[in-house]
Design a protein around this ligand. Structure first.
Ligand SMILES: [Zn+2]
Length: 531
């Protein structure tokens, strides 16, 4: 994972966006911030980037005393265009191509529709992130004819729309092009051709599948839908959207944002929303199982299994939206947690730094928190990820036994410990590289005998000294070094033997802290068995 950019900005980008929005409309009290996704398959962490981009701006507006409406639009009246890989019952899905995804059955048999399955999953993943948008289901809006006036306005202004779209195309649109697609009332598919528009609300169409002519009264009947490039600006106008980010695919020259901006001005006489482009998010270190099934695209839920909600928020808050990055599942997981913990220490003035850096880090931390802190007097307890991983492995994954090694005093810290410990163990067992994993040797198994008994005895005697468990790590490390020196040994020759006695492999976590983590008593037993 790329570190946070070296150059420290004066303000967080979300604060800049909020300032710009307010500057444009200083008297406006409530700002509408929107985001939307077509649930045509698994909703992944790249889609999450759009939602959290809006959430940051919503928080920045709120911190400036503004009210917000945070809309999350499920574009589930889109037609089902392609059967994604890795889904069961492909035949059933093939049969439902070109119907609205909210009318396609759920092949998992859990929800009312294919779209609802992916919607519910993502909504449940969003809940613990501290993100609470108002969900809008486009299939309901369209079926309730809520956009009848919008469709009518678009149809009446179609020549203007065609002109704008053609300016962004190399080939002009065909003469029979329509800004509306119709789902056939008989077969439910959008394999239709619009024959005529009869003002105000009638569309005549023919179906290529049913081979018949029909008509629709789109102020009273469901079935008509604006094409994406017209639908988007229509909804900006309908909801009065002030801010909406978009992915790279929508952001290019002549892309749907650019044409949408022109269309909303020309047809609905409104200004387009303030726009931020966001880039891709991939994962690395997934291991064979996950990466082969998803092609390095992960869901928010998969990220949540390794990262705490606040750490996920921090990963996004500490980066500019228009830069791509990867979410680590490999050894860099440790660094990510360490970087988050450091940011937290900056925020609570527990880490020295120049004032501008500290204030920038504090802002990132505020945006990262699921609920922003109300007081800055007491920093929550930190449980270093690497140390926690080692303790968990020493205790064979028992969170209860690991818990004993930490002095935890508050319910908040207890909850923090639990949520990090669960994730650390999941990471160790499913993603951590082999060299990071270990198991403390079982004393009932025969031990490999040491070639340097005198030195090993020296370490054992050292561990037997009273109060050794309270001694500082570097003091212990120094004493071990002295023992090696007096026996004419160096770490390269001696350490592998100690590690073999402890964990049955030639290397492991930093020795002095590791001996302390295992505890003098258990360490002595393990080392003595190698004599
Ligand atoms: Zn039909």
């Amino acid at each position: 994972m790329k570190p946070v950019a070296e150059e420290i900005p004066n303000h967080h980008w979300a604060d800049n966006a909020a300032d710009e929005l307010i500057q444009k409309k200083p008297d406006q009290d409530t700002f509408v911030c929107a985001s939307g996704i077509s649930p045509s398959g698994m909703v992944h962490i790249g889609n999450f980037r759009e939602v959290i981009t809006v959430d940051f701006v919503v928080r920045a507006l709120k911190s400036r005393g503004k009210k917000t409406r945070f809309l999350y639009s499920w574009d589930d009246y889109d037609a089902f265009r392609k059967v994604p890989a890795n889904l069961p019952n492909k035949e059933l899905l093939e049969k439902n191509l070109r119907r609205p995804i909210s009318d396609v059955p759920d092949v998992f048999g859990k929800e009312v529709s294919y779209a609802a399955y992916f919607e519910k999953q993502f909504e449940s993943e969003l809940a613990p992130m501290g993100i609470q948008p108002g969900y809008l289901y486009q299939n309901q809006a369209y079926k309730a004819c809520r956009y009848a006036e919008g469709i009518r306005t678009a149809l009446e202004n179609q020549p203007k729309i065609v002109e704008i779209l053609n300016a962004a195309r190399t080939e002009p649109l065909p003469a029979d092009w329509s800004c509306v697609s119709v789902f056939c009332s008989t077969c439910g598919k959008d394999a239709t051709t619009v024959q005529a528009y009869k003002s105000p609300y009638t569309i005549e169409y023919s179906c290529k599948i049913c081979k018949k002519q029909d008509s629709i009264q789109f102020d009273k009947q469901a079935g008509a839908k604006l094409l994406w490039r017209v639908d988007w600006p229509m909804r900006w106008a309908f909801e009065g959207v002030d801010f909406e980010p978009g992915g790279k695919d929508h952001s290019s020259m002549g892309g749907s944002y650019e044409t949408g901006a022109k269309i909303v001005r020309a047809v609905w006489k409104k200004e387009p929303p303030f726009y931020v482009q966001y880039d891709f998010v991939l994962a690395k270190g997934l291991g064979a199982k996950l990466s082969s099934s998803s092609g390095n695209l992960i869901t928010l839920g998969e990220a949540q299994s390794i990262y705490e909600p606040a750490v996920i928020r921090w990963i996004f808050a500490s980066r500019k939206p228009n830069l791509d990055f990867t979410i680590a599942f490999d050894l860099d997981v440790i660094r990510t947690y360490d970087d988050f913990d450091r940011c937290e220490r900056y925020a609570y003035a527990q880490e020295p730094g120049e004032p501008r850096k500290v204030s920038y880090e504090k802002r990132i931390y505020e945006l990262a928190c699921v609920e922003a802190p109300t007081s800055w007097t007491q920093m929550p307890q930190q449980f270093g990820f690497r140390h926690l991983c080692n303790q968990l492995q020493i205790n064979e994954g028992s969170i209860e036994k690991t818990r004993v090694h930490y002095a935890i005093h508050t319910a908040v810290d207890e909850a923090r410990f639990q949520q990090r410990a669960v994730r650390a163990w999941k990471w160790i067992t499913e993603f951590a590289p082999e060299e990071f994993r270990f198991q403390v040797r079982n004393l009932n198994q025969p031990a490999p005998k040491t070639a340097h008994p005198a030195a090993l005895r020296g370490v054992i005697d050292l561990l037997k000294q009273p109060g050794i468990s309270k001694v500082a790590e570097d003091v212990l490390a120094n004493s071990i070094y002295e023992i090696m020196k007096s026996n004419g040994l160096d770490a390269k020759r001696f350490f592998p033997e100690v590690y073999r006695a402890l964990i049955g492999k030639p290397n492991g976590p930093k020795l002095a802290s590791f001996l302390l983590a295992i505890g003098p008593e258990r360490s002595i037993q393990l080392l003595e068995s190698a004599l």
